[in-house]
Design a protein around this ligand. Structure first.
Ligand code: HEM
Length: 92
């Protein structure tokens, strides 16, 4: 992957992360890069095929414990996680 594409995907994955937290975009990028590296084959070796089950478990847990859970909340979780997961799988 070229340097500019790498930047484009980390930017897409972290813009919302930064907005949703007190972190700066730079901090969010640093965090996502570190988490991706930690899950890659060089470290924890989390196979990309495991991500859908991880997201489904998160949704099930949210459904069980969040009294305000709705289909919109589920959609929001899935949309929020997708760019970060795409980045992590790309860096696997
Ligand atoms: C959106 C997807 C995910 C996110 C945001 C995420 C986030 C994290 C973070 C922040 C850590 C701590 C990293 C550190 O030590 O600095 C971690 C550790 C870990 N993650 Fe994930 N993770 C994701 C998916 C997965 C999946 C799919 C698996 C396996 C099925 C997994 C397995 C692990 C394991 C085994 C650790 C190490 C725990 C330890 O050190 O005791 N993660 N993850």
């Amino acid at each position: 992957m070229t340097e500019s594409l790498e930047h484009a995907s980390v930017d897409a994955a972290t813009a919302d992360m930064a907005k949703a937290s007190s972190k700066s975009e730079e901090e969010a990028k640093h965090l996502l890069r570190r988490v991706a590296e930690r899950h890659s084959r060089a470290d924890l070796d989390i196979d990309p095929s495991l991500y859908p089950a991880f997201v489904d478990s998160l949704i099930e847990t949210s459904k069980e414990f969040d009294p305000q859970f709705t289909a919109d909340v589920e959609r929001a979780w899935r949309e929020a996680l997708a760019p970060g997961i795409a980045y992590m799988i790309n860096k696997y």
